[in-house]
Structures are given as structure tokens and as C-alpha cells.
Design a protein around this ligand. Structure first.
Ligand code: G6Q
Length: 548
């Protein structure tokens, strides 16, 4: 562990104190004032990397703020910790693991040894096996048990084994093979699986069971139900080998389930679930878009990785995004961030980002185990624009909480339709402008509003936002976008001195339900020893769930 117990507490660092003084001195400063004083701000406060252009001029920062934030990052050891991550040091200290998702997208020629193993060679071996399999399914060479072509692919997984695959499938649907249909089943609610299988023919359906541990309750319950559904029609156990493949690190459990290890695609303990969409967990993505496009996506990830690793702090996009997030959360007190992609294909991106950011940085103790006395990961949420404008934007514009926004837009539409893309983008630009500059009571009055209505129709403005633009939504830009947020999350975690790569809260959930599930299953009324609320809820449920 690079940090010892004498690491200075974050809030006592001189760099943190300097930022507090700077914040207090700038109180009352507004985006209107900042733009008026510096008309070139909108062009200057921008940064471009790996196909993404960030305009951060509508953040409540000046050059001085950024300098102070960079000093904080340096003092917190961001460069050293970044090098340690890329090198394969065990920076996930509570699990004693390396954190090497960046190795998943390193080019074949790259070299990285961890514990004497060439991990890049391992990565490309699996990628090649995935490509071979994906091509066989896509071409129709791989058939089901009765010789029929595979037409439906069902990914069964949850959390990191679902959110990345489903987000990437939606994001890259334009590039997908349309004769194949895809479903993503995660919830242990039987409805999810049954609706996905409704009308499907088992002889044409391939299940990809995605589970790093192959012990996750939801995934195993759905996988067993899927196997029963399959055997209900195809009868012979040999059918499983043609209709089930697994993505996992647990060969023994995969074999026990009945999947041929030849049809298992592996990964490693140094890939965290929420950082795994570019590992074999991306098999469904590769089945959809094909190996070449999948490699383009990996190249996009890698382009952002290289930028993050080598760009100086003043021109480092993930570090900048992280520092803006720290400024908004820790110094301006914003508890949440809204992610607003103006791209229908990015419909699942906010959900994906929720896991990436909140599971990584929703931590309350430092690496050394001390309770933090500052806010850590903010709540991420969002919906694609323009839909959100007709629901929750009201609160962002006129509510009492400060909610920084990340707007994401694409310049060239994949599906041009009349003027609709211009309309979409006009809305994005108009929203960030309105949030930043608002509308003063004088302006509202000048539009003829009655005195009684002026306060209701005024907008304070001064709401900060980022705008991220890419020329097009491609596998490459998607990979770069995900890597941008991954590294931003990492830098924030380094500054907060927390372990961004463990997830004890998820582990708790995995353990908790087991006892209660046994109590629900028992025929005799069990002696319940929970609190009175939980006891009563369990009793009521048992009494009312019906004969089944
Ligand atoms: C991600 C988490 C968690 C995990 C799921 C599924 O970082 O660890 O979301 O991905 O709990 O776990 P399995 O892949 O092991 O089924």
C-alpha cells in the first residue's frame, strides 16, 4: 500500500485549505459575471481527447481554481497511483488485487507481466476465442442442437455482468447484426426471464451466462430456469452444449452447471465487475457488432487510457473531469450529478454510470480504515434528453439543490431524420445556456410578466454543467467515453483516499437474502428472530402469497 497511516487527512492538507479559501473569496461570483469578464472563456475552457471535446466553461471555476485543484491532485498522489494502477500493483487493497481493466484493451504488441504472467497474451488469447465463436454464431455455422441457426441471444447476468453489456448493446445497436435479437436478463423476478423468452424457440436460442463468480443467486436462478426451459423442448442434456456458453472466472462451477469448458470464456480477478464490459463479459456485444467493431471499441478505450496515462495535468481530460466533480461536490456542496445524453442510443448510459461511479466511490472509510470527514461519491442519475426536460429538469432549473449536469451530444446523427437532429442538439445547447445564465426578474418583467408572476418565472442560473461532444457515436467513441468516466472515478477515489475497486455493500446484499429465502421456503411457519418490522412483513407475505 503506497499510503501509510501518516497520510495527512484530506481536509487538513494545505491544498484543500487553499481551495476552501478560494471558494469563500469567490462567493457571489456567477457564470454571468465570469463570461462577461472573459468573453473568450467558451473557446478557451475546452479540452479534447480520443474523439471527445469537453466544454467546461460553464463550470463555476477560473484558471486559479483549476490550478489549486491540480495541486490537490498532485499532493494526493494521483500521478503515482495512476502509474501503480497501470503497472498492476495491488491497489485494490481490501481485496488484495491488481486493477488492470486497462490491460483488457491494450494492443496485442503491448507487454505487461503480473506475477510472472504475460497478461496481454492471456487477454488476446481470450479475445481470439471470442472472435472465433462470435463469427461462427453470426455466420450461422454454429447451430443449435437440432441444426437450426441461432436467432436469439439471451445474456443472463447482473450488476457488472449486465449493465455494461446492455448499455453497449443499446449504444451500438446501429452496428449490430439485425437478424440476431438480443435480450438481457438480470432480475431474479421470474418476469424478466419469462418475458424475454416469450415467443422464442429454444432450438434457436443461445444463452450467455455471464458471471465472474458463477455463484450469484439471481444469475444462477435464471440460468437454471433457462436450462429447464431449453431441456423442456430439446430434451437431451447434450443440447446444453449447443445452447449455453459461459463467461466466468470459475471453471469448476461452470462445468458443474453442465456447460462445456470449451464454451467458457475466462477473465481474471484483476477485472472488477463494473470494469468488465471490455473483457469476455462483452461477448454479447461482440456477438452483436462483430469482432472488428469490438476491437474498434477496445481501441477507443485504449486511446483514452494512453491519453490519461501520458497527458500533462493541464491537458488531461479524465483528471479535469474528476477535479470539476471534486470542486462541485466537496467545495460547492452538490450531492448529485445528472448525466444527460442527448442520444437515444445512450439510453442505458446513466444506469451504467450509476454503477461505475456509485459502487466505486460510495465509500465511507479511507484506505487505512478511518472514517472520512468529507463527502465522497455523489449520486449519479439521469435520462436521455430531451425526455428529461419534460420531467425532472424543472428541479435542476428552479429547485433548491445544486445539480451539476454532464450533457453528452453527438454532432453527426446515425439516423438522420429531417431536421430532428438539429432540434435535439438545439435543446442540449439551450438547456446548458439556460442553466448557466438563467433569467433575471428584470428580464422576466420586461417580457410583460405580472409582478406576482415574476418570482415564479425567474431563473437564478449559475447552475454548472459540462458539455461533451463527439463527432459520431461509434464503437471507438463509446469506448473512449467509458474510459473517460472510469479514469475520472479513479482520480476522485485517489483524492478521497478510498478503495474505488471493492464493493463490500454488494457482498452484504449477496449474503443477506439467503437466511430470509430459507424462511420463506419453509413449509412450517418458521420462528422469526428479525426485528418486529421484518418479522411482520415476512409473516404477512407468507400468509398472503397464495397457494403457490
Ligand atoms: C461489480 C460488482 C457487482 C457484480 C455482480 C455480478 O463491480 O462486483 O455488480 O458484477 O454482483 O457478479 P458476478 O459476475 O460474479 O455474477
Amino acid at each position: 500500500m503506497s499510503h501509510s497511516t501518516d497520510t495527512p487527512a484530506l481536509r487538513t492538507r494545505p491544498e484543500w485549505r487553499a481551495l476552501e479559501r478560494h471558494r469563500d473569496a469567490a462567493a457571489g461570483q456567477s457564470l454571468r459575471g465570469l463570461f462577461a469578464a472573459d468573453p473568450g472563456r467558451g473557446e478557451r475552457m475546452t479540452l479534447e481527447a480520443a474523439g471527445w471535446y469537453l466544454d467546461y466553461s460553464k463550470q463555476r471555476v477560473t484558471g486559479e481554481t483549476l490550478g489549486l485543484l491540480r495541486a490537490l491532485a498532485a499532493a494526493a498522489g494521483v500521478p503515482e497511483r495512476t502509474a501503480a494502477m497501470f503497472r498492476g500493483d495491488r491497489i485494490n487493497v481490501t481485496e488484495g488485487r491488481a486493477v488492470l481493466h486497462t490491460a483488457l484493451r491494450a494492443p496485442r504488441r503491448a507487454k505487461l507481466e503480473v506475477d510472472g504472467r504475460d497478461v496481454i497474451r492471456d487477454v488476446h488469447e481470450v479475445l481470439d476465442r471470442m472472435a472465433n465463436f462470435a463469427e461462427r454464431v453470426r455466420s450461422g455455422e454454429w447451430t443449435g442442437h437440432t441444426g437450426r441457426r441461432i436467432r436469439h441471444i439471451v445474456n443472463i447476468g447482473i450488476g457488472g455482468s449486465d449493465l455494461g453489456p446492455v448499455m453497449a448493446f443499446e449504444a451500438l445497436k446501429f452496428y449490430s447484426q439485425r437478424e440476431l435479437s438480443f435480450s438481457f436478463v438480470s432480475n431474479v423476478d421470474g418476469t424478466h426471464l419469462l418475458e424475454a423468452l416469450n415467443g422464442r424457440d429454444p432450438a434457436e436460442t443461445l444463452f450467455v451466462i455471464s458471471s465472474k463468480t458463477f455463484t450469484t443467486l439471481e444469475t444462477l436462478a435464471n440460468a437454471h430456469a433457462a436450462r429447464d426451459w431449453c431441456l423442456g423442448a430439446l430434451v437431451q442434456p447434450a443440447a446444453i452444449a449447443r445452447h449455453f456458453v459461459a463467461v466466468s472466472t470459475n471453471t469448476e462451477a461452470v462445468q458443474k452447471f453442465g456447460i462445456d469448458p470449451a464454451n467458457m470464456f475466462g477473465f481474471w480477478d484483476w477485472v472488477g465487475g463494473r470494469y468488465s464490459m471490455d473483457s469476455a463479459i462483452g461477448l454479447s456485444t461482440m456477438l452483436a457488432i462483430g469482432p472488428d467493431r469490438f476491437h474498434e471499441m477496445l481501441a477507443g478505450f485504449h486511446a483514452m487510457d494512453s491519453h490519461f496515462r501520458t497527458a500533462p495535468p493541464e491537458r488531461n481530460l479524465p483528471q479535469l473531469m474528476a477535479l470539476l466533480a471534486i470542486w462541485n461536490g466537496n467545495f460547492l456542496g452538490a450531492p448529485t450529478v445528472a448525466v444527460l445524453p442527448y442520444a437515444q442510443y445512450l439510453t442505458r448510459f446513466p444506469a451504467y454510470l450509476q454503477q461505475l461511479t456509485m459502487e466505486s466511490n460510495g465509500k465511507h472509510v479511507t484506505l487505512e480504515g478511518a472514517r472520512v470527514d468529507y463527502a465522497t461519491g455523489p449520486v449519479y442519475w439521469g435520462e436521455p434528453g430531451t425526455n428529461g426536460q419534460h420531467s425532472f429538469y424543472q428541479l435542476i432549473h428552479q429547485g433548491t439543490h445544486l445539480i451539476p449536469c454532464d450533457f453528452i451530444g453527438i454532432c453527426r446523427p446515425l439516423n438522420p431524420l429531417g431536421v430532428q437532429h438539429d432540434l435535439l442538439m438545439a435543446n442540449l445547447f439551450a438547456q446548458s445556456e439556460a442553466l448557466a445564465f438563467g433569467k433575471t426578474p428584470a428580464e422576466v418583467a420586461a417580457e410583460g410578466a405580472t409582478a406576482a408572476l415574476v418570482p415564479h418565472r425567474s431563473f437564478e442560473g449559475n447552475r454548472p454543467s459540462n458539455t461533451l461532444l463527439a463527432d459520431e457515436l461509434s464503437p471507438h467513441t463509446l469506448g473512449a467515453l467509458v474510459a473517460l468516466y472510469e479514469h475520472s472515478v479513479f482520480v476522485q477515489g485517489v483524492i478521497w483516499n478510498i478503495d474505488s475497486f471493492d464493493q463490500w455493500g454488494v457482498e452484504l446484499g449477496k449474503a443477506l437474502a439467503t437466511r430470509t429465502a430459507a424462511e420463506l421456503a419453509s413449509v412450517e411457519a418458521p420462528a422469526l428472530t428479525h426485528d418486529s418490522s421484518s418479522n411482520a412483513l415476512i409473516r404477512r407475505y407468507r400468509a398472503r402469497r397464495g397457494a403457490s
